[in-house]
Ligand binder design. Structure first.
Ligand SMILES: [Zn+2]
Length: 433
């Protein structure tokens, strides 16, 4: 179906673009002809669809999670008998939205994951332990499984499990690759060291990370990434994907952003007003997946904020790369004219030795500036609120208000029994974005 020896990411950008434009026009035709939603919204552009290119794609309207949740059935462009897999994506209102994939979409997904995982050095000789969810209507763990097994590696589907369970599996099977969320992979590594089982870490050379970014805005490794690579003595690679766009981007062995695959998606970065931004500038990631049958999105606004990188990559691939996800669009804060995301504060706090726990609160200001407060517990008494604010300024160029609280009070706030995940950002603005 696809020639894997001639991937467009190796071609000079102009040559790749010509091939991509042909795939884009085929995608637009399919969406217009088979999805009721696109028959309606692309109707005013019907005469021009066959002339659209990656450069003129911005003439067409965008769509987002909210619209998809409202009109899920209308997006469908494949008959029921072609549907092979249905997952749920997180909705905007807390109600998940079903996303359907056809049999060809699943093959495309396997292809996407296979070329991504090969790029970070995984081969048929590898054995990979998957520590993220493979079921519960999520796609990510299963997508990794498809990629690993179709490239010829062996997969161990231990999925969401305790560190003890993963350690027991590792003792029997000596995996060379671990797949999971960076925070969890770090805990697993630390567990092995703390329980005198360090030798189990020796077989591992590759960490494929999902969910959270590994780099900051300047492409420097985050503290969690350094800790992760050090506890495993292995390389950590970032991946980014979402269930709607059915496309994933994984870092190559150079670890400098996820290569785009021109045959699988057109990626744009948009500013707040929907204008396309040049390479290097931070905006919302907007993806038009190509060769997708069942739900063929056109210009899907992911809500994730990032930027593109076009500096030459040592691996030799010519495609631009997607940087780390810096935050969600609706978490964006404006502080005295500077745009900043909660993750930047949390990463800066995590890098300060002596800070035991912390969270960030944003409230609306009287002018157009948001007011950010950092709440921290410290193990080091020299870390006064003023000193912490100065240390944060060194990284963020902003002086947030800082208040100190005992660690148990902070932990109670972060680990609210009503929510499944620890929460370290509280948005108390009257009109959050
Ligand atoms: Zn590369």
């Amino acid at each position: 179906m696809r020639d894997e020896t001639k991937l467009l990411e190796w071609l000079e950008p102009d040559a790749a673009k010509t091939r991509q434009d042909a795939l884009l026009r085929r995608h637009l035709k399919h969406a217009f002809e088979h999805s009721p939603y696109y028959r309606e919204t692309l109707a005013p552009f019907a005469g021009r669809l066959s002339a659209i290119t990656g450069d003129t794609l911005a003439e067409l309207p965008t769509t987002d999670k909210r619209m998809f949740a409202e009109r899920t059935q209308d997006f469908l462009a494949a008959p029921q008998r072609e549907i092979s897999d249905i997952v749920f994506s997180s909705g905007t209102t807390g109600v998940p939205t079903p996303v359907a994939y056809s049999r060809a979409d699943m093959e495309r997904l396997a292809f996407n994951e296979r070329i991504s995982l090969r790029a970070c050095g995984i081969t048929p000789d590898d054995t990979a332990l998957i520590t993220c969810t493979l079921d519960r209507c999520f796609v990510a763990g299963y997508a990794y499984y498809l990629g690993l097994t179709t490239l010829g590696a062996a997969a161990i589907r231990n999925g969401i499990n305790t560190v003890e369970s993963h350690a027991a599996v590792m003792r029997r099977l000596h995996p060379t690759v671990l797949v999971g969320v960076p925070g969890f992979l770090f805990r697993l590594g630390r567990h092995l060291h703390e329980t005198g089982q360090s030798e189990l870490a020796e077989s591992v050379r590759t960490l494929v990370c999902a969910g959270d970014p590994l780099h900051d805005r300047s492409m420097r490794q985050l503290p969690v990434t350094k800790a992760l690579e050090s506890v495993w003595n292995a390389k950590a690679y970032s991946t980014y994907a979402s269930s709607e766009i059915v496309t994933s981007f994984c870092e190559c062995t150079a670890q400098q952003g996820g290569h785009l695959h021109p045959e699988l998606a057109v990626v744009e970065i948009l500013d707040e007003r929907g204008n396309r931004l040049p390479v290097g500038e931070v905006g919302e990631v907007v993806v038009t997946p190509l060769q997708v049958e069942a739900v063929p999105f056109v210009r899907f606004r992911t809500g994730d904020m990032s930027f593109l990188i076009d500096a030459p990559c040592p691996c030799g691939r010519k495609s631009v790369r997607l940087g780390p996800i810096l935050g969600r669009r609706n978490q964006m804060m404006k502080v005295r004219g500077t745009t900043v995301y909660p993750a930047a504060f949390l990463n800066a706090l995590d890098a300060i030795p002596g800070v035991a726990a912390s969270f960030v609160t944003v409230r609306g200001g009287e002018d157009l500036s948001d007011r950010v407060t950092v709440t921290a517990a410290v193990k080091d008494n020299s870390l006064t609120p003023e000193r912490l604010s100065d240390l944060l300024f060194a990284t963020l160029r902003l002086h947030p208000a800082v208040e100190l609280l005992p660690e148990p009070d902070i932990m109670r706030r972060i680990y609210n029994p009503a929510s499944h995940k620890p929460r370290r950002f509280f948005d108390e603005r009257e009109f959050p974005r």
